[in-house]
Design a protein around this ligand. Structure first.
Ligand SMILES: NC(=O)CC[C@H](N)C(=O)O
Length: 350
């Protein structure tokens, strides 16, 4: 069956439709990593987005549930240049079969290069995916709110509370691997309930959408961050900056890939990071927040990490848990745990 993706400017890109579900809407974004499609498709930060893979061949190692970053596929749709068409040996699911089972539409044989050039020119815009029989209607993008129940993992002595804005499983795994016990709590958990958990430190998770939509909770998050050691990751990093009076803005087409270079501004050391975000903290808004820049993006000089001058807060715009991508920032978790243990900043990077 033929199908296409139509952007809000009216431009369409045709392809071969995969799946029974014949319509989907979302913000169209592109991912530049060569591998990692299982993690990308299940990362809750991609909720409500249609992901275009720039790597031209997707699905060749199947779809393994143990690689999932959450319990389900989070994207609204998938666009590929070429999709591996066969069933794989053993218990490896085929990507196409898995997407179809979960009712996530996909398009293959799309000129992804032209589509990505269009996104780079016009920015990440809303789009619809539809088959020949269903035309692109006007539509409203749905706002999705993270909704998890309290969850526990690990048995370590150090108790970390993960504030959940749509967390990736690998963040919990990274903390557990560093010897922590982790309690995941919903983003709107009352302070009194959080305190009952007797936390040693907090991690503010990644998540979908504009960080400003959590503004009614900023006072609570600031209260936490002035009293406990905190590590913010991606959306969590943006929220910490906002809670202390900083500002964020949306990039034209965001950073999504596995080889984004970031520089530690103190040491000048450049490292490769895994990224998935549209928003960034505005440098000039940091003046009276008490935050100093820790990392900067090598390509566009945007803010990639912050440390607070007074409180035990550090945060990164990129993903130290990687998944997918380079694992050279595992040290960030180790330093955070040491900070929690010693109740003072430990940062072997700076
Ligand atoms: N991975 C994330 O946490 C993404 C943060 C935010 N939704 C953004 O797009 O910038």
């Amino acid at each position: 069956m033929k199908g296409c993706i139509t952007l809000t400017n009216g431009n369409s890109f045709a392809g071969e439709w995969l799946g029974d579900n014949q319509y989907s809407a979302g913000e169209v974004v592109f991912y530049t990593g060569m591998t990692g499609y299982e993690q990308v498709l299940t990362d809750p930060s991609y909720q409500g987005q249609i992901v275009v893979f720039s790597y031209p061949f997707i699905g060749n190692y199947g779809f393994q549930p143990e690689s999932m970053e959450s319990a389900k596929i989070q994207v609204s749709g998938v666009i590929m240049a070429e999709c591996f068409p066969f069933q794989l040996e053993g218990d490896r699911h085929s990507l196409v079969a898995y997407l179809n089972e979960k009712q996530i539409p996909a398009l293959t044989n799309v000129d992804t290069r032209a589509l990505i050039q269009q996104i780079r020119k016009e920015g990440s815009v809303p789009a619809v995916m539809h088959t020949e029989s269903i035309t692109a209607d006007s539509f409203q993008l749905e706002e999705c709110w993270p909704r998890t129940a309290v969850k526990k993992a690990g048995t370590g002595d150090m108790h970390i509370v993960l504030i959940d804005f749509g967390y990736k499983k690998s963040i919990v795994n990274s903390l557990v691997n560093e010897g922590c016990s982790v309690t995941v709590v919903p983003f709107d958990t009352e302070m009194s309930d959080i305190e009952k958990l007797n936390p040693d430190g907090f991690v503010f998770s990644n998540g979908a959408g504009d960080p400003m939509r959590f503004s009614s909770y900023f006072h609570r998050y600031k209260n936490i961050a002035t009293r406990y050691p905190v590590l913010g990751i991606c959306l969590g990093h943006q929220i910490l900056a906002l809670a202390f009076g900083g500002e964020t803005m949306k990039l034209k087409f965001g950073h999504r890939g596995a080889n984004h270079p970031v520089m530690n501004v103190k040491t000048g050391k450049v490292s490769m990071s895994s990224q998935n975000h549209s928003y960034v903290v505005k440098k000039e808004s940091l003046k009276s927040t008490g935050f100093n820049i820790w990392f900067e993006n090598v390509n566009d000089k945007s803010v990639e990490g912050l440390v607070h001058s007074q409180y035990e807060i550090s945060s990164v715009q990129f993903h130290p848990e990687a998944a997918p991508g380079p694992q050279e920032h595992a040290q960030i978790f180790q330093d955070f745990i040491k900070t929690v243990q010693h109740k003072e900043k430990v940062r072997s990077y700076a």
